[in-house]
Design a protein around this ligand. Sequence first.
Ligand code: ZN
Length: 227
Amino acid sequence: MEEEITEVAEEAVPEKAEAGEEKKVSEGTKVSARPEESQIQDEEIFVLPGDFVGTTEEFAPGPGTYLSSGEIYSTATGKVSVDRKARVVSVVPTTSVPPVIKEGDIVVGAIVNVRESMALVELAAIKGAGEREMQKYGAAAIHVSNVKNAYVKDISREFALFDIVKARVINTQNMRLTTSDDSLGVMKAVCSNCKAVLVKENNNLKCPSCGRKETRKMSSDYGTGIV
Ligand code: ZN
């Protein structure tokens, strides 16, 4: 019976919509009225899981959709995307998922703890991840052996609380980072005495406010604001 309705003349849009509305899909989601074809192609249509997004006569089901009785429904909350050339309809989820951290990624974060053998970093961004930066990625660690290409006797001379560091991911199993490249290390540090931002002076850091000198494993980009 539904097949017959589908084959009725194109003008019968209201009837089609009713047929669509009656239909129940998984999780009891009510299917909304069918958008007209022109809407699908020219406007951004926001859909919920179970919403009708097209028919197999018009499109092939793409990512974020599923097929049921020759009709295509959304599996996601997001926007309908139509590839007219390939005649594929898909749904691009709007709920953003943090990008997965991979080995070799350059990450930026803040030092939240300095222990005897490692510094802990609260990750804030993956370089190149665009607008998805500044989400929470969790914590990672820089082991004393991965601070720089030289023996580190005292890690507290290399990192301090609140430092902003740039590091490379070397192990995603236990989230280990390295700062041994010249471009990696501390990007910004504050005076442990008065909290003023330390400025680079020769190979060390100096507080412009109280004159205190501190050491860090600095990135060659220290103080440039370039991450
Ligand atoms: Zn100071």
